[in-house]
Design a protein around this ligand. Sequence first.
Ligand SMILES: [Zn+2]
Length: 55
Amino acid sequence: MSFLKKLLGRAPVDPPIRVRVCIECGMPVEKHAAWCAIFRTQQEMDQKRNASGSS
Ligand SMILES: [Zn+2]
């Protein structure tokens, strides 16, 4: 079964998916927990930007 060895030896290795994990809530940054302080801060900053961003 040498072909099996070849297969195993050359098994395509999926590149590790780099997911940014929030240091506050420990969730991926795209899925912050609702209570996450960083998430709330981001939301506040976004709101400020939107509020003052009326050219
Ligand atoms: Zn978070």
